[in-house]
Design a protein around this ligand. Structure first.
Ligand code: AMP
Length: 350
């Protein structure tokens, strides 16, 4: 699939009526929040969902237009794209976009997308993610090239292991060999960091030229988060797994907040040197904090994360920043609105 050049999207934007923008997204993940936030800021809203799922968006009444498809890839067709453009749609990407459309599919879309579609290339490749975090000066768990090198507890991440369902833990080369028959199946053998997790929700505003902390969550994962409830005798026999089943709100102790903010700043400044335009809008870094209060990062999500759904009404941090209920979905809509007002829309959309 052909990657659509930035200049082409800019030409499409030139033809948009900026007084009549529609905010659109795929009907899943954080769509309710995104559409609700867009409505709060006075935008028309549109959702694209699989047949049968439209009922959800009807019942919550968040969308002016509901389009149904049999397969999300229909969205990539020229006819569908043309129809989105005729409605002045700006798409807001979320966690289901790459899953349903693929990184290449999204890059080929001839519809303006909020943020910078270049981040997809960096987000969807684990090696590039490490390069990005290293350039940002953020500590990461050690990565082992070979199974016989491991000298500590490791987590083995497998290709196609959706939501961490078949990740596993090993503490010696022998154990690893016994559990992993085909080493090519693993994309990373990573030091397991014992500590507490923090998944901060950042928002980099191009218009206000600042990186905001809008909230923090912890992913609730099965069965690892259930293992602590049974005896050590039992846990020895049960393999942990890391399937996300929900999200829990958390606030960090205040003395950690500056470190957490600096992680976000590092990600933004490194993105500018790694790819043109850098990161714009929401992103999240998965962090573990050790008992010596060191932060280690093991993943970047370069778009809105589902954990932000906890804070449709705002989080303690967004309350302090804005003094009113501010979800990440609403924050995106404000960025678009302010960019339109200041003639900067071309810089926050690609
Ligand atoms: P990931 O697919 O990288 O988001 O990992 C899924 C889950 O595995 C995370 O939410 C953590 O609970 C756990 N995890 C991943 N990598 C590490 C690590 N290096 N140390 C500790 N826990 C990890």
């Amino acid at each position: 699939m052909e990657i659509v050049r930035r200049e082409e999207i800019m030409r499409i934007l030139d033809d948009y009526d900026e007084k009549d923008i529609t905010i659109g997204t795929i009907g899943s993940h954080s769509a309710l929040q995104i559409l609700h936030g867009a409505r709060q800021e006075g935008f028309r809203t549109l959702v694209i969902c699989l047949k049968g799922v439209e009922e959800l968006y009807e019942r919550f009444g968040v969308a002016d237009d509901i389009l149904t498809v049999n397969d999300y890839r229909e969205m990539i067709s020229d006819g569908f794209q043309e129809m989105l453009r005729s409605r002045n749609v700006i798409l807001i990407p979320h966690g289901s976009f790459v899953e349903y459309l693929s990184a290449e599919g999204i890059a080929s879309m001839r519809t303006p997308i909020f943020g910078n579609r270049k981040v997809l290339e960096w987000e969807s490749d684990r090696r590039k993610q490490r390069e990005w975090l290293a350039a940002a000066g953020i500590k990461m768990p050690m990565s082992f090239e070979r199974g016989d090198e491991i000298d500590r507890l490791v987590i083995v991440k497998l290709h196609g292991a959706k939501g961490g369902s078949s990740y596993f833990i090993a503490s010696s080369p022998e154990e690893l060999k016994q559990k992993l028959r085909d080493i090519d199946n693993a994309y990373e053998i990573q030091e397991y960091i014992i500590g507490t997790r923090f998944y901060p929700h950042y928002f980099h505003s191009f218009v206000r030229n600042r990186t905001e902390l809008l909230g923090i969550d912890i992913r609730y994962e099965s069965n690892i988060d259930g293992l602590a409830r049974i005896t050590p005798f039992m846990t020895e026999k049960i393999e942990p797994s890391f399937v996300v089943t929900g999200n829990i709100p958390v606030v960090a102790r205040e003395s950690l907040l500056l470190k957490i903010l600096h992680v976000g700043d590092g990600v933004v400044s490194a993105s500018r040197s790694l790819f043109s335009g850098g990161i714009v809008g929401p992103f999240c870094v998965e962090l573990v904090c050790t008992d010596t209060l060191e932060l280690f990062a093991f993943e970047i999500s370069a778009r809105i994360v589902a954990g932000t759904n906890l804070y449709i009404n705002g989080s303690p941090y967004s309350q302090i920043l804005f003094n009113e209920s501010m979800s990440t979905g609403r924050r995106i809509a404000i960025e678009i609105k302010e960019a339109i007002r200041m003639d900067m829309l071309h810089q926050i959309v690609y």
